[in-house]
Design a protein around this ligand. Structure first.
Ligand code: GUN
Ligand code: ZN
Length: 428
């Protein structure tokens, strides 16, 4: 048993609907076998649990483990390719790299690098966009299970448009996916997600086969891309003339439900937002990617007003790294700059988007997302090196909200000293 004595910031109440930052400068979290069994003052905690090991974290700030709702495992080495819009970026950067994962040793090396990228950034749960190769997915799930992160992921499927090594057939996609579901879904913290790359690279039958997998395997997830780029959207409209819109290409295939997370949705129609709200599907907002690929301004206000759940995604490798602090501050910048009227965001909004909102999107709110009694101990400890700008900023912050804003503005993975999942140290 452990008592973590810390300055704790979290957002158990949603700032988008009247909630605010919960910040306490000296709180004791009593953790037994990964479960927070008490959140109290230090004197009470030690009186009730005199044998517990005390971990003093008051020199920094403890926050809930970060939750990344859209991040591509095969793209870790593709981060930092600048200057192209989506379809050119895929052709010149992402897809040639992803073709290399047909080699087992290459995929295995990337899986390790990728998981280190997540833990280093304080990310403890993620919806991970997988690889087109079943062997690459198997090695990824194997390594993710060893690290212990809460990962939802699956085999990426496409049967048109992409380079030949990345294409599958309807039959092969079903047999390989079912095999991976049988091997990995529900094992430890792992869950499976049916993952058509996007409707632009999928035929109707391939999408429908994914929907059939969802029907045959209750509890599995769905993830894909939606409304990211105007050329992509026009291409999808041309390929699916019978669909009402881009979202409908997934919906009519049986891929849209409460366990669906769709990345980007930068250019949705009102009908699409209303339909997402109706079924409970979530959008993964990926601000550095939207900026890097010049995809556009994410309509956060329209999502919130329509009642669509939104959480943050890093979208590595179109995004510029694993840090959800960077994504948070970029979301803030873009809402400020949006010529059609963005939503002003506070630091509490940013923390919520990077933690509790992700837990909600991934239907993990009963376990993680904040550091309340009854939750699992998934947490990241921020302790900047003394004398560094973030340490100076935290020391001189005018309020806890200001301190949190400084964490988002200046925090990097180098400032994250320790990370736990389920009470188990995964970094530090
Ligand atoms: N749409 C289809 N594939 C991708 C991808 O790898 N990255 C992004 N940002 N969008 C996509
Ligand atoms: Zn993506």
């Amino acid at each position: 048993m452990f008592i973590y004595r810390a300055r704790v910031f979290d957002t158990p109440t949603d700032p988008f609907s009247g909630g605010s930052l919960r910040s306490e400068s000296d709180v004791a979290l009593v953790v037994d076998d990964g479960l927070i069994i008490a959140r109290t003052d230090f004197a009470s905690a030690t009186a009730d649990h005199p044998d517990a090991e005390v971990v003093d974290l008051r020199a920094g700030v403890l926050i809930p483990g970060l939750i990344d709702t859209h991040v591509h495992y095969p793209q870790i080495r593709a981060i930092g390719y600048l200057g192209k819009p989506l379809l050119d970026w895929l052709d010149h950067c992402a897809l040639p790299e992803e073709a290399k994962l047909g080699d087992h040793d290459y995929a295995s090396a990337l899986a390790g690098e990728f998981l280190t990228g997540l833990t280093s950034a304080g990310t403890t749960s993620a919806m991970v966009f997988g690889s087109h190769f079943a062997t690459a997915m198997d090695t990824f799930f194997t390594q993710a299970a060893e690290v212990g992160l809460r990962i939802t992921s699956g085999l990426v499927t496409s049967d048109t448009i992409l380079p030949e090594p990345l294409l599958t057939s309807v039959e092969r996609s079903v047999s390989e996916s079912q095999d991976l579901i049988d091997r990995w879904h529900g094992k430890g913290h792992l869950r499976y997600a049916v993952t058509p790359r996007f409707s632009f690279s999928a035929g109707q039958e391939l999408l429908a086969a994914g929907g059939q997998l969802v029907a045959d395997n209750p509890g599995i997830w769905v993830t894909s891309h939606l409304n990211e780029n105007r050329d992509e959207i026009a291409g999808v409209a041309e390929k699916f003339p019978e669909a009402l819109d881009y979202l409908d290409t997934y919906d009519r295939a049986g891929l849209l439900n409460r366990q669906t997370i769709l990345a980007h949705n930068v250019h949705p129609s009102d009908r699409e937002l209303a339909r997402m709200a109706e079924v409970g599907a979530a959008s993964a907002h990926c601000p550095t990617s939207n900026s890097n690929l010049a995809s556009g301004f994410f309509p956060l206000r329209r999502h919130i007003e329509a009642g669509v759940r939104v959480a943050l995604g890093s979208d590595v490798g179109a995004g510029t790294g694993f840090s959800l602090f960077k994504e948070g501050v970029q979301a803030y910048f873009m809402q400020q700059l949006d010529p059609s009227g963005g939503l002003p965001l506070s630091s509490a909004h940013l923390l919520h988007l990077a933690t509790a909102a992700g837990a909600e999107a991934l239907e993990l709110s009963d376990q993680v997302g904040d550091l309340s009694e009854g939750k699992r101990f998934d947490a990241a400890y921020i302790q900047p090196t003394e004398g560094q700008p973030l340490a100076v900023g935290l020391e001189h912050a005018s309020s806890d909200n200001d301190a949190l804003a400084k964490i988002f503005a200046m925090g990097t993975p180098a400032d994250i000293a320790q990370v736990w999942v389920d009470g188990r140290l995964v970094k530090g």
